[in-house]
Write a protein that binds this ligand. Sequence first.
Ligand code: BES
Ligand code: MN
Ligand code: ZN
Length: 495
Amino acid sequence: MQLNLTDAPAQTISSPCVVIGVTEGGPLSPAAVAIDEASGGAISRMLDSRDIAVAIGKITFLHQLDGVAAERVLAVGMGKITKLDRSRFDRACLAAGKALRNHPLTACHVCLHEVEFGAVSFGWRLRQAALAIHRANYRYTATKAVKDDAPVPLQAASFGGGAEYQSALDQAAAMAIGFHKARQLGDLPANICNPAFLAQEAQAMVQAYAQVELEILDEAQMAELGMDALLGVSRGSSNRARLIIMKYNAGAAGQQPVVLLGKGITFDSGGLSMKSPENMIQMKYDMCGAASVMGAFLACVSLGLAVNLVCIIAAAENMPDGNAYRPGDVLTSMSGKTIEVLNTDAEGRLVLCDALTYSDRFKPQVIIDVATLTGACVVALGHHASGLFSNDDELASALLAAGDDVVDRAWRLPLWDDYQSQLDSPFADMQNVGGMSAGAVTAACFLSRFVEGQRWAHLDIAGSAWKWNEKEGATGRPVGLLTRYLMALAGVEPV
Ligand code: BES
Ligand code: MN
Ligand code: ZN
């Protein structure tokens, strides 16, 4: 989708659709005033008569207003002005994006960001409006015919604003591309998107850019390194595991890299501790951590951020067969620590622990892993926040702030020592499950044992990576949070 800026007055823009925000109790935005005046007060009259809905996320299409060049105006409710904040603004913009996405029109002009609230800058509102419209424009087509009457994606959107805001638009476009990549990969079925497929995707991504290197380890190479925890998970599958390493070096020479690590379980049957059909049905999404890391990589590279970045994808499939790892097996991880497998469905932490140990060799300044790790995290936080765990307060704050700023939010949960004893095993250095209570925390505690001496954070995205009941599929989260964090590290000025 093409995004561009224009300074032309809203009422003069000949577009299929001009999009304005309306609030309850707030003044009309400049674009709304311009359209209202040009149309002899049509907007004010329809607000008074409640033909235009102002409730948050409600939309109203208005046709052929006198004095307005556009074919139609889309009014988007932003709710009470007193309650308007970043998150509610984002929600309204996403609703607008969905309405545009589901309409046959293919171009629009957006003025949503002209609605002022709090101390939020014009650039921020512009970036988030552009990001929301672009994100909502996603369409899954890989394995589905496009019907004649199907909704038509937008080809182009213009945004009200001067050329000085180009960087806000560029940031939105890059993040949206990252979100789309993550969603596409997440939505693909496991019979297509297996570890070898993820490796091919990485190959295709790196070929498009300079300054990028790729390394792919096969199972023999991983065995050589002693990654028996990762290989234990993969053993029951006939799709061989891969460790995919993408490097991007645009930071200062010698600057320690950021490692982003993604859980890439392309299908999680649970293994011999098999999931029930209801729980298994969504498990093609168990590689969404990997997908988001690849999406963030793409966003970062396309913005040309001045950072050194290493992305690691631990790609494997968790299946049961005669060769599969069993409950009670003891695996020796690459770190040398032994793990008693009490549940083969707690496989994410097993592939991640070896990848975390492998990360050491890059002498990273920070390691951030992203994983659809626990159902318990969904119980704790639902679908709105990703769970954040960290052994470093500064890193945790930076990630929370990044998530808040792009409305891709995380919430920190504890990683106290008190929980560690739940992982004690009579037969190994630790067991891979910590019992009924605090499942998201004990999973994070497990990972923490493989990053001693590193600044590390873990994002549990089991609740945020896809929409469970809404037939909307993968969300692409937390591409926004990760990209925003990397932007801050690279010294990109806030918009
Ligand atoms: N991939 C799942 C976690 C998951 C469950 C993500 C539901 C999204 C929705 C993970 O591999 C898993 O199965 N975790 C187990 C851990 C348990 C056996 C300790 C879980 O959450 O039930
Ligand atoms: Mn599992
Ligand atoms: Zn899993």
